[in-house]
Design a protein around this ligand. Structure first.
Ligand code: EPU
Length: 419
């Protein structure tokens, strides 16, 4: 039976929340481990989320051994069998596409179904495929999915029409063992890309420029095992900052890299939220009379699309109009329909919404249509009068580690029930 999350709103929050390792780094680092043909890859800080569980199912199908102790995974791919990936686990997360680049890089052949993940409007992978083709691979697609294979992979200059996170990482995977030099121009600059390049370099890769728009990869003969600790999850951290701004008397968010959250922290202070930024934590204290602000999502270091949905819930409590523009996923507004059901005054138009506030929110039964929609409904539920019931919580569990328990620990009335 599926669970629902229930929240009795309007309880003040007080205390400390510790942020787990980054989901979007983890889901790339685990596939990266299969590039090692000699030695185990040990990764610390792995969050307990369903995306990791689904990747483990895929690794098992590939005969990769995975041992877990607390938040540490030890991945041994020395006996990997490069079978066709056709199971449902492929469609349960977007990031299964990283096995395309990793298996292509190591074996020059990969066959797998179309990856799944949250529906945020069309999410093509044409830039990933063009990158593989530039390195010499042939891509075909039929009723069984993709077949990507190459006699040889040879370094190339690749310009990305859009600075795609997934394409940048996938091309790095395919290029690390290719002959010669690959240059990715207009590469994405997200912190998760630096984390992945750092681990690949520990494995013996030669990658320079990660975190800038030009990444150079000099192919090497083979990659080996290493030990790596994942960066903290800036989107989970940002979600807790927003929750603290909504309901916190004083909430400390620990284990974060504040520099990764500059766009959000400056928007929150524009709204009148008080933050005290430390080296690895932020303390948020209660603010009255929040002011409406405009946001426009952009690739990093701009305002993250993944925080647009949770921030929209907070904007319903701010005075005046706030215009929220989406430039990454123009259809990422399903949460607005759910927020309207709870009393929010939101007008939707193409690739943007306008929030008029403040409006009281009232508990209702709402649906987490995607991961960050789920996060926005948790923010709304904590703010609302009465009890909110959130359905389809599996989306939330794909990316937030024990969010109900972490919020309970700082005073939230939040619990799970069988539907
Ligand atoms: N795009 C293309 N062609 C491609 C690839 C991307 O047109 O081949 C477009 C997309 O349609 C989108 C834009 O480029 O409009 C950005 O997509 P990008 O490839 O950067 O996103 P992604 O790699 O699929 C990752 C995160 C997302 C996050 C985006 C943007 C992972 C597993 N996912 O997706 O995270 O929103 O970057 O920062 O890393 C989430 O965590 O909730 C989430 C959706």
């Amino acid at each position: 039976m599926a669970d629902v999350i229930k929240i009795e709103g309007q309880h003040e929050l007080n205390g400390t929340i510790r942020v787990s390792g980054s989901k979007n780094a983890t889901v790339a680092l685990i596939p990266a481990a299969v590039l090692s043909s000699n030695g185990k890859v040990t990764i610390y800080g792995v969050p307990e989320i369903d995306d990791v569980e689904n990747l483990r199912v895929l690794l098992k199908e590939l005969n990769v051994s995975v041992e877990q102790t607390d938040d540490m995974l030890e991945i041994d791919s020395s006996n990997l069998i490069n079978i066709d990936l056709e199971s449902n686990a492929v469609t349960k997360l977007r990031a299964s596409y990283y096995l395309m680049g990793a298996l292509l890089g190591r074996f020059k052949r990969v066959r797998m179904k179309m990856p799944g993940g949250c529906y945020l409007g069309p999410r093509p992978i044409d830039l990933h495929l063009k990158g593989f083709e530039s390195l010499g691979a042939k891509v075909t697609y039929d009723h069984l999915g993709y077949l990507i294979e190459a006699e040889e992979l040879t370094g190339a200059k690749i310009y990305l029409d859009f600075a795609s996170v997934g394409a940048t990482i996938n091309i790095m995977f395919a290029a690390v063992l290719a002959n010669g030099r690959t240059t990715i121009e207009n590469a994405a600059k997200e912190p998760e890309i630096i984390d992945v390049a750092t681990m690949l370099n520990k494995m013996g890769a030669k990658i320079r420029g990660a975190g800038t728009s030009v990444i150079t990869i000099d192919g090497v003969e083979k990659l080996v095992g290493c030990v790596h600790e994942i960066i903290p999850d800036r989107i989970v951290a940002g979600t807790y900052l927003i929750i603290a701004a909504a309901m916190g008397r004083e909430v400390r968010i620990d284990n974060i890299i504040p520099h990764h959250l500059e766009a959000l922290i400056s928007k929150l202070s524009e709204m009148g939220v008080k933050t005290e930024v430390g080296v690895d934590h932020v303390v948020v204290t209660k603010a009255e009379n929040l002011k409406g602000v405009d946001i426009s999502t952009q690739p990093y270091p701009g305002f993250a699309t993944d925080l647009q949905q949770p921030l929209t819930s907070l904007l319903t409590q701010a005075i005046g109009s706030s215009v929220v523009k989406e430039s990454i996923y123009t259809e990422r507004f399903k949460h607005c329909i759910e927020l309207q059901r709870m009393g929010a005054d939101i007008r939707l138009s193409t690739a943007q919404c306008t929030v008029e506030g403040p409006t009281p929110l009232y508990g209702d039964t709402v649906t987490a249509t995607d991961l960050r929609c789920g996060a926005s409904l948790i923010v709304a539920g904590l703010l609302a009068k009465g009890v909110t019931t959130i359905r389809e919580t599996y989306h939330i569990d794909r990316g937030y580690e024990h969010i109900d328990e972490k919020l309970q620990a700082i005073g939230a009335k939040i619990w799970r029930e069988a539907e």
